[in-house]
Design a protein around this ligand. Structure first.
Ligand SMILES: C[S@@+](CC[C@H](N)C(=O)[O-])C[C@H]1O[C@@H](n2cnc3c(N)ncnc32)[C@H](O)[C@@H]1O
Length: 360
């Protein structure tokens, strides 16, 4: 409550109210995107002539009144085009983001675990009191599916053709037959893509999430690849025998309760001439830089509380790095501490991720 002596700038207060209301709008529209993705509405609109609510309802087997409200809301949010006479269209550009699961711009998958991600807010007040976060599996099987769908488009379209050729000597080694590990492999899409492209090589995925590992086994069976093995890292850890030619970690070091232990294990597992490819969230070296120079910072700090920092604090003594907690200066320091001496940054045109090529 303001005291009599405090000056209140009412214009600023109104702008703050508008901003907060806009954020509530973003949360609600996100729920509508979730429904559009889950019910296949964007896919039904993709490539079609502008449709009426009756036509879209017929095409999807859904109830017209609900479809009409959803369509109108999506047009009001600027996600669909209203072409007049009750007709709505998804532009080709919108389809790349919301309908085409193979497009590198596809973001619909990032919404598929929204209900589970939001549901944990009921449990987080306890974490704020105890300090202990929730492991990845707190989101249930949908959590692993959501992460898979968020990152899979980049793995499918960019990893093998764009990223691997830029790493010194890696692609020829994989062609000849190399031993590869993906630590924090999630649902295994990155490994499976590499395994399809390099049948002479042997690929090993390590994770601690039972839901992610179950999806990984399923994805492996669907892809029909034989040169991939998944390991539960809790009972079957990365061997420290300097045998791996190539190791990858995609968006997981900042989630780990004990990242320095895993980084040390990677140092012990890698060949003297091996390469470690790290992908981690684009972040700046300090909070002040993120505040002034990182438009994704509000989203990332939110994700961190809901998921990444929470997971990184889910064990006693957890490091709690969090979503923006492994930017280049931190990565350089932590890998140097365990004896990596070469570090090169890459830009693989992913707005979410920075990439580091690290060698002993
Ligand atoms: C954001 S997900 C990324 C998954 C996958 N790399 C991808 O890009 O889709 C982070 C993963 O790290 C895993 N993880 C966390 N701590 C781990 C540890 N100590 N060892 C192995 N995996 C771990 C989680 O279970 C989760 O699957």
């Amino acid at each position: 409550m303001a005291t009599a002596r405090q000056h209140i700038d009412m214009d600023k207060a109104k702008k703050t109210a508008e901003q907060v209301f806009g954020l509530l709008g973003g949360a609600v529209i996100s729920a509508m995107i979730y429904l559009g993705d889950r019910l296949g509405l964007y896919q039904a609109l993709q490539g079609a002539e502008p449709l009426t609510s009756e036509e879209l309802a017929r095409k999807t087997g859904l109830h017209e009144r609900w479809i009409r409200e959803w369509l109108q809301g999506q047009a009001a949010a600027g996600l669909l085009d209203y072409t007049g006479e009750g007709r709505f269209a998804l532009s080709p550009e919108g389809a790349l983001v919301l309908a085409d699961e193979n497009s590198p711009l596809f973001l619909g998958g990032g919404f598929s675990a929204l209900p589970q991600q939001m549901a944990v807010v009921e449990r987080l007040p306890e974490s704020f009191k105890s300090g202990l976060g929730l492991p990845y599996d707190a989101f249930g099987p949908e959590g692993a599916r959501g992460i898979e769908r968020l990152f899979a488009p980049w793995f499918r379209s960019q990893l093998v053709p764009v990223a691997l050729p830029k790493l010194e000597g890696v692609a020829p080694k994989l062609q000849a037959g190399a031993k590869v590990a993906d630590v924090g492999c999630g649902a295994g899409i990155a490994l499976i893509e590499m395994a399809k492209a390099f049948p002479q090589s042997a690929f090993h995925g390590y994770d601690i999430s039972k839901y992610a590992l179950a999806r990984a086994q399923d994805n492996k069976a669907k892809a029909g690849v034989r040169n991939v093995t998944f390991h539960d890292a809790a009972s079957d850890a990365l061997p420290g025998d300097a045998s791996f030619d190539f190791i990858t970690t995609f968006d997981c070091i900042h989630d780990m309760a004990h990242p320095q232990v895993v980084i040390r294990a990677i140092r012990q597992a890698i060949q003297p001439q091996g390469t470690w490819l790290i992908a981690d969230i684009h972040g700046q070296g300090s909070f002040e830089e993120n505040l002034s120079n990182n438009p994704l910072a509000p989203l990332m700090y939110g994700f961190s509380v809901l998921s990444c920092m929470s997971s990184a604090l889910s064990e006693p003594g957890g490091a709690g790095l969090g979503t923006l907690g492994f930017p280049e200066p931190v990565a350089r320091r932590m890998v140097t501490e365990v004896g990596f001496s070469r570090f090169k940054s890459h830009d693989f045109e992913n707005p979410l991720n920075a990439y580091y090529e690290v060698r002993p």
